[in-house]
Design a protein around this ligand. Structure first.
Ligand code: UDX
Length: 459
């Protein structure tokens, strides 16, 4: 019998509100699209600044017209539009929030006051979420603060499930502060612990990737939906709906230089190492030169991303070095300001990823089956790189080292000497991860449950 449509409840209306950084916007937009595909009404709340860039560098109108009731709204991030927002401007924002005694996790209080269901989506890794959650226990047990550089390799005993591999060196970067009580870490910890008060928690991972850590998190936050990797889940569902030629949307906040794809087309299979450190990190001129020499000496072809204003040098000379290096390594390397990363990682010529291990980059590499060399900068990246190298064994961790000889050795190890082992373990990891987002896979089913549960919550 035909259902009487007038008796059906209206679709749920979901507000998605990301932290105003590329890494967060990427995964939040994917989530919003997946919910819109399920027929939900969606409002995506962005900062004015980021929305302007999304519109400038992407064909938003064409991509989003497929969804009924998807709208972008904007608010200010508190800075003038012409502010460069380079370096760690967002950490300053955090400091300011602390000074103003802004409550971490304020969104929960607002939702509770308005009596609307709230779901937390932590865009960073589950392993870092679990470490942040455990920090009060680590402090209580006297395992923090870290007692100098000779203490960095000490194993921690107070993070359940990670006792065999988590060292002080692998804790989120903010744990390196000597005055833990006065550190930004407190804000992260409060925000993380507040997650357990939300109606549910979404994590960008698959049961097959992070099962043991998810079990630990579920002891504190009972309703956890592991529905990632989101970019792969969205690709699967868009492909199922629109066929192979579905329109892929990159959500980029910078102008993408696609010329690197033509350069990659001319290189042999698995011969190029892709080098990129995400959307926030800054590199000193000296660090960049050391890295570049290491790459050059490895004799491996490389594709290097250097974002505008991301090299710190005396008297503004940071950027000049890029032009200089580009000129000197024409035959071996290609340098761009911003790459189409997913396409690059999936290009047959790419055989390794030299990465800062931002969570999106890590997941994109896993899905593409590309082994990693990990060079973490801050926040969750220190934990992620440890898991990549020690638990999943799909890469090498170069943490805390900036030495051209080590760069050269690691590149040779991943691209030549231990290539077979790494290619095989990365391929296995890619296989189970990609299965999880296919029909019947764990992330696919978890998303179906989430969609159903949001419908019930919104009645
Ligand atoms: C930040 C944090 O650093 C990270 O640790 C956290 O997990 C999420 O927020 P970011 O440093 O930018 O993000 O790293 P990452 O999470 O890897 O996100 C970067 C995104 O930019 C990726 O999706 C990547 O595909 C994209 N990117 C990067 C490009 O499209 N082109 C590039 O040239 C470089």
């Amino acid at each position: 019998m035909e259902k009487d449509r007038s008796l059906q409840p209206p679709p749920p209306h979901v507000l998605v509100f990301p932290f105003p950084l590329q890494g967060h916007i990427n995964s939040m937009i994917k989530l919003a699209e997946l919910l819109a595909l399920a027929g939900f009404k969606l409002t995506f709340l962005n900062s004015h600044y980021n929305h302007e860039r999304l519109v400038k560098f992407n064909n938003i109108a064409a991509h989003f017209e497929r969804y009924q009731g998807f709208e972008f709204k904007t608010i200010t991030d508190g800075l003038p539009l012409d502010h460069p927002r380079s370096g760690n401007w967002f950490l300053d924002m955090y400091e300011e929030a602390l000074e103003m005694k802004m409550k971490p996790g304020f969104a929960i209080d607002v939702a509770k006051e308005l009596e609307i269901p709230i779901i937390y989506f932590r865009t960073s890794s589950p392993c870092s979420f679990w470490v942040y959650y455990s920090i009060p226990d680590i402090i209580q047990a006297g395992e923090l603060p870290i007692k100098g550089s000779e203490d960095m390799n000490r194993l921690l005993t107070t993070v359940p499930g990670m006792e065999t591999y988590l060292r002080c060196r692998d804790l989120p970067s903010f744990c390196r502060e000597t005055d833990i009580e006065d550190s930004i870490i407190k804000l992260y910890v409060k925000q993380t612990q507040k997650s357990s008060q939300a109606d549910a928690l979404i994590l960008n991972t698959a049961e097959e990737l992070d099962g043991p850590i998810l079990s630990q998190i579920r002891t504190k936050c009972p309703r956890v939906y592991a529905i990632g990797p989101l970019h792969a889940q969205l690709n699967t569902r868009l492909k199922a709906k629109h066929g192979e030629s579905y329109d892929h949307f990159s959500n980029t906040l910078w102008e993408v230089d696609k010329s690197c794809i033509f350069w990659l087309d001319k290189q042999p299979n698995r011969s190029v190492i892709y080098v990129s450190f995400g959307s926030i990190t800054s590199t000193s001129r000296e660090q960049l030169v050391e890295l570049w020499y290491g790459l050059l000496n490895s004799k491996t072809k490389f594709l290097l991303v250097v974002r505008p204003n991301s090299v710190i040098g005396k008297d503004g000379e940071g950027e000049d070095v890029v032009v200089e290096l580009m000129e000197k390594s024409k035959d071996q390397g290609y340098i761009v300001n911003w790459a189409p990363q997913e396409a690059v990682l999936n290009h047959p010529a790419v055989g390794g990823f030299f990465t800062h291990n931002g969570w999106n980059s890590t997941l994109e590499s896993i899905v593409a089956g590309v082994p990693m060399i990990c060079s973490p900068y801050f926040a969750d990246q220190q934990v992620n790189s440890r898991v990549v190298s020690e638990v999943w064994k799909i890469g090498l961790d170069m943490k805390d080292i900036c030495d051209k000889k080590i760069v050269e050795k690691m590149v040779k190890d991943v691209m030549v000497d231990q290539k077979e082992e790494f290619v095989q373990s990365a391929a296995e990891m890619a296989k189970v991860t990609n299965q999880s987002v296919n029909v019947g896979g764990s992330s696919y089913s978890n998303l179906d449950h989430l969609i159903e549960d949001i419908r019930i919550m919104s009645l």
